[in-house]
Write a protein that binds this ligand. Structure first.
Ligand code: NAP
Length: 307
């Protein structure tokens, strides 16, 4: 089956790691991209590269998704009637390697705000606007950490467990309602990105064989959505429903987990359809290991209106 081409995708956390890989992969397939993160400079540099190398339109939307006002700006962008988005990748996330009491309440609630609250808000915006337009897809990035309690990262693991159960439950709600919106939850394991350094995770003891590459994780996540699989654990062969921990005792039928739905539900732009090429626009661990110190969030808000 040829890869589906989405007209315009919005990727959160596009300035590095898995989100950057999603943006690059989708642009290479001809999708215009709207990229969200706090670091406007990095987003702008990536946008310029995607415009010149892929000939797509790239829009930079700097936002701190833990800020309620900035989160609403991103939700409004998803809801745009004039420049609609037909794929949302809720990827932005953070983890902190520290005990709950040592990290303090602000670090704990910040993780909930970013990993859970923002993802729920933007998923709602996507389901509402895509449902009304009759097409659309959502990839929510969880983690294999969501399948296990995580001492040293209790809030992170719990948040990712939320993302998994939320995604599987919502997928079933959408299926029962006959919605044109498709959703898949991506659960990476150890992936080489800035995540470990940002969160202070000590991963030197993790064997090489456990590590994934961000580009491959993004490719498998997108492939899962386009194949109608509601859950993707990179490195796990599709069809291994029985081995998926999420379905034990679940009301979600095993057939929706790691399984194929009928292809082609919804209707993004197919390969060869036009894009507004060549423009850049600005609008507006898996399981944690040993603790060190977290990086403080910044609220960089530099915005750029480009050619
Ligand atoms: P990463 O390289 O650290 O990227 C995180 C992205 O999120 C960056 O673009 C960052 O950009 C953005 N971000 C962080 N805080 C933000 C905020 N408050 N508002 C808006 N954007 C924010 O890590 P990654 O590995 O690619 O992580 C992507 C997702 O994969 C996360 O949800 C993570 O939990 C999940 N995951 C990662 C691994 C792994 O081993 N790497 C494993 C399992 C799951 P700015 O700093 O510019 O805002």
């Amino acid at each position: 089956m040829p890869a589906r081409t989405w007209s315009r995708v919005l990727v959160t956390g596009a300035s590095s790691g898995i989100g950057k890989a999603f943006a690059g992969l989708l642009a290479a397939r001809g999708s215009d991209v709207v990229m969200v993160a706090r670091d406007a400079q990095r987003l702008s540099e990536l946008a310029d590269r995607l415009v010149s190398e892929q000939g797509v339109a790239a829009e930079v939307l700097p936002a701190d998704l833990t800020d309620p006002g900035e989160l609403e700006q991103v939700a409004r962008r998803i809801d745009s009637k004039t420049d609609p988005v037909d794929l949302v990748v809720n990827n932005a996330g953070m983890g902190i390697s520290a005990s709950f009491w040592e990290a303090g309440p602000d670090v704990a609630t910040m993780q909930v705000d970013l990993n859970v609250r923002a993802l729920v808000r933007l998923t709602h915006a996507a389901v509402a606007s895509m449902g009304a337009r009759g097409t659309g897809g959502i990839v929510n990035v969880a983690s294999t950490a969501g399948f296990f309690p995580g001492p040293g990262g209790a809030v992170y693991s719990a948040g990712k467990a939320f993302v998994i159960n939320f995604g599987l439950g919502l997928a079933e709600e959408l299926r029962r309602a006959g919605s044109p919106v498709e959703i898949s939850t991506l659960c990476p394991g150890f992936t080489r990105t800035e995540f470990q350094a940002r969160g202070g995770f000590e991963t030197s003891g993790v064997p090489e064989v456990f590590w994934h590459d961000a580009d491959e994780v993004a490719r498998q996540g997108l492939d899962a959505l386009e194949s109608g699989r509601t859950l993707c654990i990179p490195g796990t062969p599709p069809g291994q429903a029985q081995s998926c921990p999420c379905i034990r005792g679940s009301v979600v039928p095993p057939t929706t987990c790691h399984s194929e739905r009928s292809p082609g539900r919804g209707g993004g732009r197919r390969s060869g359809q036009p894009s507004r090429a060549g423009s850049t626009r600005t609008t507006g661990s898996p399981g944690p290991t040993a603790p060190t110190r977290p990086r403080e969030p910044s609220s960089r808000r530099r915005r750029r209106r480009g050619s």
